[in-house]
Design a protein around this ligand. Structure first.
Ligand code: SF4
Length: 434
């Protein structure tokens, strides 16, 4: 879709204007300083610029003509949704990175390019990985427990988390994970028992194929996961729409950094979302994830208003997010805005990607974090990525305190929620059970 936008004026007939928000700020500041006083205007602009400046993009990194042709022939290119045309420049409005691209540029998430003044995604119908996972692996503990979810991802991400556990796909371009050379290979039922790496690299899985494959594999849901579905929004959107029509549920596993309008468009087809709330400090978000806190909080409240089932995960990273006061404030916010029935998963950090010098999160800290969350009023608090810790992943009835769902890693060992209620005292248990 195309949104209305002012066009950029060229400074010279043959030289496209270099369009940046920095330039707009400079021009605006000169005009306003005389009216309101230079100090207050420039202080306001410094703060606003920090929030509104588009993310860094890959200048001149769009694919070559040969690669572009191969991508197009495979159907792996689609015009993007939710962007502005600004003369020959474009601005993506899917996530708060708001990438501003001149012709030939590639986006911050690596999946989009400006070609001739049109924004295209290169991540359509070309997942680089897929699996059938237990829904508990997402993790979602209050959503169709014990069910299997067809799970997939393309390359790309809107964040740069120092601790990313899937950086080998999230921090790659589509052309680094896929290879359209050779014959077309479109996955459809019946699904072969195994695929070679070469087949996966040239595999196409378009939305209609994805729905048919998930149904063939008896998966009641499709999960858009592993990397970041916001970075392959168009593919996820079309797939969610078709999956809903085909009677399947849709699950998003996301950092939650998405603008409100695309979230509302997509959210109407989403049944459950796991949102990584990576901390409760804008400063930590900038340092650890190159993101911002406010958009994530807005996503959480928007999802609640849309009636999407949400579970929140908080990875406790030593020296970054192992702060009990911050955790207490985060839990207070969850209770105030999402309610006491909002499930929260604390997850143990293990050294990876750019934080291999840090030790794993001490288990006793995770237990103290869980105690803090319970004191703040949250009823369903879990600890993940830890083995041998009793009841770390057990759901208890908030009324009679009996264990209702016991889990063994990703398997459900006992399930005493019947028709959405505690089997013993009939108290409703929040979640999606049927
Ligand atoms: S989705 Fe990608 S292209 Fe769009 S604003 Fe976010 S990072 Fe940029």
């Amino acid at each position: 879709m195309e949104q209305n936008a002012k066009t950029t004026r060229r400074s010279h007939p043959r030289t496209p204007a270099r369009l940046t928000r920095r330039r707009a700020l400079e021009v605006g500041a000169l005009g306003c300083a005389g009216l309101f006083g230079a100090d207050s205007i420039f202080s306001f602009l410094r703060r606003w610029k920090q929030d509104a400046e588009p993310a860094d993009v890959f200048k001149g990194d769009a694919p070559s003509e040969a690669v572009w042709d191969l991508w197009r022939k495979r159907g792996w290119v689609r015009e993007a949704q939710h962007y502005l045309k600004l003369d020959r420049n474009v601005q993506c409005k899917i996530c708060p990175n708001n990438c501003l691209l001149e012709p030939g540029d590639r986006s911050h998430c690596r999946n989009k390019v400006n070609r001739g003044g049109t924004l295209y995604t290169l991540a359509y119908g070309n997942p680089c990985t897929f699996h059938v996972d237990p829904i508990e692996k997402k993790p979602l503990f209050h959503f169709l427990p014990g069910s299997r979810s067809f799970s997939l991802a393309t390359s790309g991400c809107v964040f740069r988390c120092l601790n990313c556990q899937n950086w080998e796909i999230s921090q790659k371009k589509p052309e680094e994970t896929k290879d359209p050379q050779g014959g077309e290979f479109r996955l459809r039922p019946p699904v072969p028992p195994a695929l070679t790496l070469g087949q996966i690299r040239r595999l196409s899985l378009f939305p209609e194929d994805l729905v048919a494959v998930a149904q063939d594999l008896d998966c009641p849901s499709i999960s858009y996961t592993y990397s970041e579905p916001t970075a392959y929004y168009e593919y996820a959107y079309d797939s969610c729409r078709l999956a809903r029509a085909g009677g399947l549920r849709n699950v998003l596993v996301s950092c939650g950094s998405i603008e409100e309008r695309p979230l509302r468009d997509l959210g109407q087809y989403v049944d459950a979302m796991h949102v990584d709330l990576k901390g409760f400090s804008d400063d930590i978000y900038r340092k650890l994830n190159s993101g911002r806190l406010d958009p994530i909080l807005r996503t959480l409240t928007t999802l609640k208003s849309l009636g999407v089932w949400v579970e929140v995960i908080n990875l406790v990273v030593p020296t970054y997010t192992d702060d009990l006061d911050m955790i207490r404030r985060m839990c207070g916010w969850l209770v105030a805005h999402l309610g006491v029935d909002q499930p929260l998963h604390f997850s143990r950090f293990h050294p990876q990607h750019k934080l291999t010098h840090l030790a794993p999160t001490p288990v006793d800290f995770l237990v103290r974090a869980r105690d803090t969350a319970r004191r703040e009023g949250l009823r369903y608090v879990y600890i993940g990525n830890v083995s041998g810790l009793a009841d770390a992943q057990t759901t208890f009835c908030p009324n009679c305190s009996r264990p209702l769902i016991q889990r063994d890693i990703f398997a459900v060992a006992a399930l005493d929620v019947v028709d959405g209620k505690c089997r013993f005292c009939n108290t409703p248990i929040a979640g999606v059970w049927a």
